[in-house]
Design a protein around this ligand. Structure first.
Ligand SMILES: Cc1cc2nc3c(=O)[nH]c(=O)nc-3n(C[C@H](O)[C@H](O)[C@H](O)COP(=O)(O)OP(=O)(O)OC[C@H]3O[C@@H](n4cnc5c(N)ncnc54)[C@H](O)[C@@H]3O)c2cc1C
Length: 505
């Protein structure tokens, strides 16, 4: 410790406001990385206010987060009554009755420096290639409700199986709470009723609890959910609203009884003014209808949701209003917003928990001292905004690239003006089927390719570079890969059996 060093400007106390997924992910990460002696970490939450309690589907990057914390994966699945996820099945998105799969991992193999997508499109345009799913182990395993982790199997697709998790959000917060408390994080129960700013510079001085106690800290992390207790209500960060591109603004959520097969994927079924999620857990299925209140009433949305459940509902439906977008600044002075207090993109591609993860890792690379260098703050805000924008464009693609004409909602989405970066990606794909990952964006070329093709965008031609390989060789290599994928999927155990043998709750 350097307490007596007069030049020491290190952060000595951190107050995390909120104990939802964001709050406890933040507490677990900071306690793990900084250790118990660096700074005193306190988390305040209010049982009376509670947590949002939805947010149960993830993407593969979450495994990296768990590894960073040193969590045992089987224990994590067991304690959160979770299941495994190989991708997302989209139903009725391109047109009613059509479905496609957005898998984790990659299709096939790139060969001779040319992407698999190019070879696939070449064969497809000759009428010789069936559904692209047949080159994805994740998609083929999902089709048959199969799951296993990758094994050491040489060149086999079984060596590299990309997966994520479904879990019970309430149990996850409890799980992380135990972890963080073991590392010295102190939890305070109670409601914050006021935020005090320092007169001289407007930095946050303290928060005031309902019982009159004042809690001071050097650094405040606002994990208070949509309300943005500090970042918005006290620091007035402002909000960028993206409703013109992502018009859904409400969700109605309800859990229902589980069924026999545990599908190792999230399902997203489009309805007339939004879509419905289905997330299978070990003890129940999480369901929700995300829709736009400009085009549908709560009653109608609830009735559509209840009419499309696998089993009996286990609770009353709950309505969650939201506004898609982000705070203009997610870090202001000595306060950083994590989770819903920083922004929200609807859960179509399960990205919110990843945004917490990326917020934390980016924040740690620019971790402040008590001087709070403005250049670091500006850089953080710029990078986070880019993360949000790139995901936004990927989500907008799902709504915009559709043939649906059956409702005013879809007519709006199909014909709306879209962000230029997305428009360019769509133009590029439409000519030669090329899909790219931009800089460090979350979704890679496989994801863009899967969703563009899945949303029924058919490129005019294929990438001419694919013609470097003779046609007969392309035909034979693609057949070989397809067979290897089919054999690998056949080898895998059923998802439910895998859980029973490894991580049953
Ligand atoms: C409909 C919907 C579906 C979603 N689905 C997914 C998904 O599939 N995948 C995904 O990754 N994400 C999803 N999300 C997002 C995910 O739920 C959130 O990102 C995640 O739960 C983080 O929430 P949070 O911790 O920021 O907020 P919350 O869970 O709202 O927690 C806020 C905390 O702040 C505390 N608090 C608030 N005010 C006070 C006060 N005055 N005093 C004391 N304490 C206070 C509360 O008690 C609570 O502990 C979804 C979100 C919604 C709305």
């Amino acid at each position: 410790m350097t307490d007596k060093d007069p030049t020491d400007r290190n952060i000595r106390s951190i107050l995390i406001v909120g104990g939802g997924t964001a709050g406890w992910m933040t507490a677990a990460t900071l306690s793990r990385i900084l250790g118990p002696d660096y700074a005193k970490i306190t988390l305040v939450e209010s049982d009376e206010i509670g947590i949002i309690g939805v947010g149960e589907a993830t993407i593969p990057q979450m495994a990296t987060f768990n590894r960073m914390l040193g969590l045992d994966e089987d224990q994590f699945i067991r304690e959160t009554k979770g299941s495994f996820k190989l991708g997302i099945q989209f139903v009725n998105w391109g047109r009613i009755g059509h479905r496609y799969f957005h898998p984790f991992g990659r299709y096939g193999l790139d060969m001779k420096g040319v992407s698999f997508h190019a070879y696939y499109l070449r064969m497809r345009q000759l009428g010789e290639a069936p559904d692209v799913d047949e080159w994805s182990l994740q998609a083929m395993a999902a089709r048959d409700d199969k799951f296993m982790r990758g094994i050491d199997a040489g060149n086999s697709p079984l060596s590299d199986i990309a997966y994520a998790y479904h879990f019970d959000a309430g149990l996850y917060a409890k799980f992380l709470r135990r972890y963080a408390e073991d590392l010295g994080v102190v939890r305070r129960e109670g409601k914050i009723v006021d935020v005090n700013l320092r007169g001289e510079d407007g930095f946050v001085q303290s928060v005031k609890m309902e019982d009159g106690t004042e809690l001071e800290a050097d650094l405040f992390i606002d994990c208070s959910g949509f309300r943005g207790l500090i970042i918005e209500q006290a620091l007035k960060a402002g909000y960028t609203d993206w409703s013109q591109w992502l018009p859904c603004n409400r969700a109605i959520a309800v859990p229902c009884e589980s069924v026999d097969a545990w599908t190792p994927y999230t399902r997203s079924t489009a309805h007339t003014a939004g879509w419905q999620w289905r997330i299978p857990l070990q003890h129940r299925i999480g369901n929700g209808h995300v829709f736009s209140s400009d085009y549908m009433s709560d009653d109608e949305a609830t009735s559509i949701l209840l009419g499309n459940l696998d089993g009996a509902p286990l609770a009353d439906p709950r309505t969650v209003p939201f506004k898609t977008g982000h705070r203009n600044r997610m870090w202001v002075k000595n306060c950083v917003a994590m989770g819903l207090s920083g922004g929200f993109l609807e859960p179509l591609e399960s990205t919110s928990i990843w945004l917490i993860q990326s917020g934390l890792s980016r924040f740690l690379t620019m971790f402040p001292d008590r001087d709070f260098n403005q250049a670091d703050i500006d850089r953080y805000n710029r990078i986070m905004q880019t993360d949000y924008e790139e995901i936004r464009d990927f989500l907008v693609l799902h709504y915009h690239a559709t043939e649906r004409t059956d409702s005013p909602f879809w007519n709006y989405c199909r014909t709306m003006e879209i962000p230029e970066r997305l428009a360019e990606k769509m133009r590029v794909f439409r000519s030669h089927g090329r899909a790219f990952r931009e800089n460090e964006e979350l979704f890679n070329d496989t994801s863009w390719f899967a969703v563009m093709l899945g949303q029924l965008m058919e490129p005019a031609g294929h990438d001419p570079v694919a013609d470097v390989m003779p046609l007969e060789e392309t035909r034979s290599r693609l057949a070989h890969i397809r067979e290897a994928v089919a054999n690998s999927a056949a080898y895998m155990p059923r998802h439910r059996d895998f859980i029973r043998d490894n991580c049953a709750a």
